[in-house]
Design a protein around this ligand. Structure first.
Ligand code: SAH
Length: 408
């Protein structure tokens, strides 16, 4: 931890909140919305996006220190104490994130060498994501403040792993607020990967991961535990894996003894990746079909071929304004899957939209079941794994929701 500074720091800009607007901060919620701001006091040329700011109540009491942003979230809180945000502070926070993953048996696990090290607000590092693939860390900054700190973040990661991380790759160009116009270019901050793609292991199954060219950081690490559940139920089943990306669910279905798997993604590249990953684990023996088609269209007429279906679409609702359409989208694919799945079929259905709450998702799937007119039982209620922790004061961080349904 950095040292606590006693006096108010005149080099740091000060934001005063409107009266009463400190309430959510007193409950340790890490965001301050722009509407809560009364005025900004700063020396010189004003305040730049990404700068460290101190936040005060209308009565002039210090309340938090964080990164200033332009947009609806004006400050993302780094600390509720007046600590110096220096190298020691970064090492401390990243060290705490590491300690949690070590407690989860992820940092030294021969069967799983890929996991999330930093999950934004869930690790009290709002705006920062760090994923580990073998000896490489992939950093994604979602805020200008984090992006400006990327060098010290890379140092802190390397220090924390004591030589076991050989490369740090920055992949922020697609995740920074585009209005910030930073001209960010993805690339290595430290070292470089020995080979690309890299073969990683998740629950003992192998995947090619390419963070330089793949979606997000190259692999969806948040489905690790749920993939394992697919493995448990797949024996003898004919499986349809829609929105397959790298084919994680398909590989697990085969590992669990599935008779056949069909993987679907609208992206040709994704379908090739899924095909490669199935071959990497099972050679040419697996009865796998991979199709680059629209999953929503494909689900229209699948007949009664499948007795296990996985629906893992991208976030249909990126924000609240499009919630209505998103819910229609979830209802449509779920109704299509439930009306056609074979009796005794198992449906894995997910939503990763932050704007769709757990209850809302369940109600939507309930409506879909009613449209399909089938008898449906909930077997499991799924969420994100423990390396994607939720800060209890920031419930918005709980984004992945899933249901496993048994359809008569
Ligand atoms: N299930 C995957 C992650 C899915 S990510 C895993 O376990 O890793 C969502 C995927 O949906 C992306 O690969 C994207 O290319 C694909 N996608 C988006 N819209 C689609 C559509 N209409 N039909 C099929 N695939 C789509």
């Amino acid at each position: 931890m950095g040292h606590i500074t006693e006096d108010r720091d005149d080099a740091i800009a000060r934001i005063y909140l409107r009266r009463g607007k400190e309430e959510s901060l007193l409950r340790r919620h890490p965001w301050i919305f722009s509407g809560a701001l009364e005025r900004i006091e700063c020396a010189g040329d004003g305040i730049a996006e990404g700068e460290i700011v101190d936040v005060y109540t209308s009565r002039g009491e210090f309340i938090a220190r964080g990164h200033y942003q332009i947009g609806s979230i004006a400050v993302r809180v780094l600390a509720f104490e007046r600590v110096a945000i220096d190298r020691a502070w970064w090492c401390g926070r990243i060290g705490e994130a590491y300690a949690l993953r070590r407690a989860l048996s992820l940092t030294d696990n021969p069967s799983t060498d890929c996991y999330r090290l930093v999950h934004g607000e869930g690790d009290s590092l709002p705006g920062l994501v760090v994923d580990i693939y073998g000896t490489t860390a992939v950093v994604q900054c979602h805020s200008v403040g984090m992006y400006r700190s990327r060098s010290v973040i890379a140092d802190a990661i390397c220090e924390c792993y004591d030589g076991r991380i050989e490369a740090v790759y920055d992949k922020s160009s697609q995740t920074l607020p585009f209005k910030a116009d930073l001209g960010a270019v993805d690339g290595y901050l430290r070292g470089r990967a020995a080979q690309m793609p890299l073969t990683v292991s998740e629950n003992g199954l192998l995947y090619n991961v390419d963070w330089e060219h793949g979606q997000k950081t190259g692999f969806f690490l948040d489905q690790r535990v749920n993939r394992d559940l697919v493995r448990r139920y797949a024996r003898g089943r004919n499986v349809l894996n829609t929105f397959c990306y790298t084919g994680g669910f398909s590989v697990n279905a085969f590992a669990g003894g599935a008779a056949e798997v069909c993987s679907i993604d609208s992206s040709e590249r994704a379908v090739q990746l899924a095909e490669k990953n199935v071959r990497l684990n099972f050679g040419d023996g697996a009865r796998h079909t991979a199709l680059a088609v629209d999953a929503v269209e494909y689900l229209k007429s699948i007949g009664d071929r499948y007795d296990m279906i996985i629906l893992d679409p991208p976030a249909f609702a990126k924000h609240h304004k499009v919630l209505g359409n998103a819910l229609q989208g979830y209802k449509r694919i779920n109704a299509r899957a439930m009306s056609q799945i074979r009796p005794g079929g198992i449906l894995f259905t997910f939503s990763c939209s932050q704007a769709v709450s757990r209850d809302l998702f369940r109600t939507t799937v309930f409506s879909a079941a009613a449209i399909a007119g089938r008898r449906v039982r909930i077997l499991h209620q799924l969420t994100q794994p423990a390396d994607h922790p939720v800060n209890i004061y920031h419930p918005e961080g709980e984004y992945l929701k899933g249901l496993v349904l048994y359809v008569e």
